[in-house]
Design a protein around this ligand. Structure first.
Ligand SMILES: [Zn+2]
Ligand SMILES: [Zn+2]
Ligand SMILES: [Zn+2]
Length: 333
């Protein structure tokens, strides 16, 4: 019997996802379940989304036991999806054809829309983990989407502060950042619809954010042009990271969009990339102060890290040129 539940954390005011059936999921080195011809994927595809075979959340959740009085247990209702970005077993978002990258963006938008229709789903979280150091269990390039029965704490916090900023200044904080940082030193790259920036308030080494120029809330609202622009800036971002050191850089990519129930006009969709390498041979850990207190320490001026990224971006463009790709936007010198 496997259980899927969410347990209330009474000290932090958020939910933990508890799933007991996942301990048996495959861990590396087994035959790739995502390569073409595998039972899950079949043949004749370029980008596909599937249900995760070992989901943390379920559409038929069973609760293990009632919660003690100081907490609460609810069914772990939700969906976990996998988006397989290429039939190739190795690679990253910068080795996929531009056409398929646009398709990838379209799938994320379509999944957001479909998952949002479920009355129980409050939040759709698309993310991508890359590299063994990040804990990836299957090497084949893929992203994941969690459709959650609650709004994650970080999103609640962003929503609260975007709303507060709007109340105090009458504008949107991300719109203001895009305006003020435009043409400035922290911007690495920008195209018609998005900017790539190492934020003033970065927490991880080489952390970068992608901000849309237009103020909107959900991936399902991307215009056809914006889908192309987003594919372009994702390609540039990942190619830049993979040119930073002499190896393919592990990272987490998270798409922060608005909750899918109710109206959240203050929220401005964006994408965040977290990297853990301070140097080629030195990692940044979320240790006592970071994880224990959520107080991040950054061991260099973010403005100096941007210089390293700009150098990497130049190398990336050369490499992409050899793959016949020319960026749609411009690099900030
Ligand atoms: Zn594979
Ligand atoms: Zn905005
Ligand atoms: Zn965010």
């Amino acid at each position: 019997m496997s259980f899927n539940e969410i347990r209330w954390h009474p000290l932090l005011g958020t939910w933990n996802i508890v799933a007991s059936g996942r301990a048996t999921r495959p861990w590396r080195d087994v035959k790739c379940p995502f390569c073409p011809g595998a039972p899950e994927t079949g043949e004749g595809w370029d980008v596909i989304s599937l249900d995760n075979r070992y989901p943390s959340l379920s559409t038929t959740p069973v609760i293990s036991a009632a919660a003690p009085s100081f907490s609460e247990t609810r069914p772990g209702y939700g969906r976990c999806k996998v988006v397989i970005e290429t039939p190739d077993h190795e690679g990253d978002l910068d080795t996929i054809s531009f056409k398929n990258l646009v398709k990838y963006v379209e799938i994320l938008g379509r999944e957001t829309e479909e998952l949002a229709r479920d009355p129980e789903i409050k939040y759709v979280a698309p993310f991508r983990n890359k590299g063994e150091l990040i804990g990836v269990s299957i090497h084949h390039p893929h992203s994941q989407i969690y459709a959650l029965p609650f709004i994650p704490l970080k999103i609640e916090r962003e929503l609260e502060f975007m709303t507060r900023y709007n109340r105090e200044k009458g504008t949107c904080v991300i719109c203001d950042i895009v305006k003020e940082e435009q043409g400035g030193g922290r911007v690495v790259y920008s195209n018609r619809d998005f900017i790539l920036i190492l934020p003033f308030y970065a927490q991880w080494p080489h952390e970068c954010h992608i901000y849309p120029r237009r103020h909107f809330q959900l991936l399902s609202e991307l215009t056809a042009m914006e889908k192309e622009s987003l594919a372009d800036i994702l390609l540039i971002t990942v190619a830049m990271y993979n040119s930073l050191f002499s190896f393919s850089l592990p990272y987490m990519m998270v798409i922060h969009q608005a909750p899918v129930k109710g109206q959240h006009p203050q929220y401005h969709l964006h994408i965040e990339f977290y990297t853990i390498h301070r140097y080629a041979d030195k990692l940044k850990y979320a240790a006592g102060i970071e994880w224990g207190y959520w107080a991040f320490t950054y061991d260099e001026l973010p403005e100096n890290r941007v210089k390293e990224l700009k150098q990497a971006a130049r190398k990336a463009v050369e490499r992409l040129g050899k793959q016949q790709y020319s960026p749609l936007g411009v690099f900030q010198p």
